[in-house]
Design a protein. Structure first.
Length: 417
């Protein structure tokens, strides 16, 4: 269930390894594209779909009845925030659907990230209610959190160690056996609750440390120091230090959301959330506004107002080499610039022009020499390898480098964020 960045690679891998897979998704347009052999995510090549579709190993569908008779159901649906609170409506809907077709002896696995207790107390409860079966006794229930890093060619679904857990020993064994046939290594975790916490911990660790360097970047600039040079120096220590990079904010489905789930859960469990997580979220979420402020200050120094100025954003995706726009800080920067009256354009060769970002006032273009020269300010938001950084540094009147990609091309017209 779910044929996006998480569900589709898993469905294709399972089909390639000999399973007969039904890929259920509520997005009819996505299902039609998949049925025609067109992959909407970069981690699955369209060429991989053709043989699986023709051989009947993979069947994308929007029809719930097509899942009838399943042996294993994997739920990989979104777990967003709604006004700062975890929204499990997609998990509940998936549970009700799966529960309606659940047979005795089947295995259900949740891959969607959520707070500890979700698999057992939320999904398990709805499965029991709808199916009339008892988890553990009549069907197996497990949790195996996704660890997908879109565009990563080294650490793929198959090569990344897979956490597996279950609501009891038998469910853990069933879950481990299923994934052992799909990935290189599985890591058993005794209970679902600890596995759920582990997933949140992985991404919260990153978010907190990114917040630290984001804050230090501002401190260093205000005091005339070069944080990136300090990071280079600190990274020479072979133990006890892990390098994180400052940037314009955090994006993707995990980093901006998972820590909030963890802090919310802590508040429900003990009456107090996590002050560290909450502060990190505040620091990271303030970065797009800081980017806009830096652009505004630069233009003001040249006697130019932001309103009416031409600003070119390089990159809209939240990470290089990807088309993923989910929670991308570039979109927030674009919104703020447009709201202030700037003429905003954006160049991202990975973003489909037919599916523009969900905001108004932004023109999609290419990073040509003419576009670079015509802009009053160029902001490097996402450091795609395909950008010509020599051309950017040469042609642009001013560049705000949010990713440190132009560190070796520093001139009077290039600033680091």
């Amino acid at each position: 269930m779910g044929q996006g960045y998480v569900g589709l690679p898993l469905a294709v891998r399972a089909a390639q390894m000999g399973h007969r897979v039904v890929g259920l998704d509520t997005n009819a347009g996505r299902v039609r594209a998949l049925a025609c052999g067109s992959s909407p995510v970069e981690d699955v090549r369209s060429a991989e779909l053709g043989p699986l579709l023709q051989g009947g190993a993979y069947h994308p569908t929007a029809k719930p009845e097509d899942v009838a008779g399943f042996d294993v159901a994997v739920i990989a649906v979104p777990t967003p925030l709604s006004e700062g609170v975890p929204d499990l409506s997609h998990v509940l809907a998936a549970g009700r659907l799966v529960g309606g077709y659940l047979r005795e002896g089947a295995l259900v696995v949740l891959e969607s990230t959520s707070y500890p207790g979700t698999t057992r107390s939320v999904l398990g409860a709805v499965l029991e209610e709808v199916s009339g079966l008892r988890m553990g006794a009549q069907f197996a229930l497990g949790f195996s959190p996704e660890r997908i890093d879109p565009g990563n060619r080294m650490w793929t679904l198959a090569t990344t160690p897979k956490l597996v857990s279950g609501i009891d020993a038998a469910s853990l064994q069933r879950t481990a056996a299923f994934y052992s046939g799909l990935v290189d290594s599985v890591v058993p975790v005794g209970r679902c609750e600890e596995a759920e916490l582990a997933k949140l911990l992985e991404n919260t660790f990153r978010a907190v440390n990114i917040a630290l360097v984001n804050e230090l970047a501002e401190v260093a600039r205000d005091t005339g120091l070069n944080l990136r040079e300090a990071l280079e120096a600190a990274a020479t220590k072979p133990f006890g230090f892990m390098r994180f990079e400052p940037g314009p904010g955090i994006g993707g489905h995990c980093l901006p959301i998972d820590p909030v789930y963890l802090s919310w859960w802590a508040a429900q469990a003990r009456g107090e959330g996590s002050r560290m997580i909450d502060l990190a979220a505040q620091i990271n979420s303030a970065r797009p506004a800081y980017v806009v402020r830096r652009v505004t200050d630069h233009l003001a120094g040249r006697g130019r107002a932001l309103a009416g100025a031409r600003v070119l954003l390089l990159g809209l995706a939240y990470k290089p080499g990807s088309s993923d726009l989910r929670e991308s800080p570039a979109l927030e920067v674009a919104r703020r610039l447009a709201a202030a009256g700037a003429q905003v354009s954006a160049a991202d060769p990975f973003v489909d022009p037919a599916a523009p970002p969900a905001h108004d006032g932004v023109r999609l273009t290419s990073a040509t020499a003419g576009e670079l020269a015509a802009a009053d300010a160029v902001v490097l938001m996402t450091d795609h390898d395909v950008f010509d950084y020599g051309q950017i540094a040469t042609c642009a009147a001013f560049v705000l480098d949010c990713r440190g990609r132009l560190a070796d091309r520093m001139t009077a017209t290039v600033e680091q964020l």
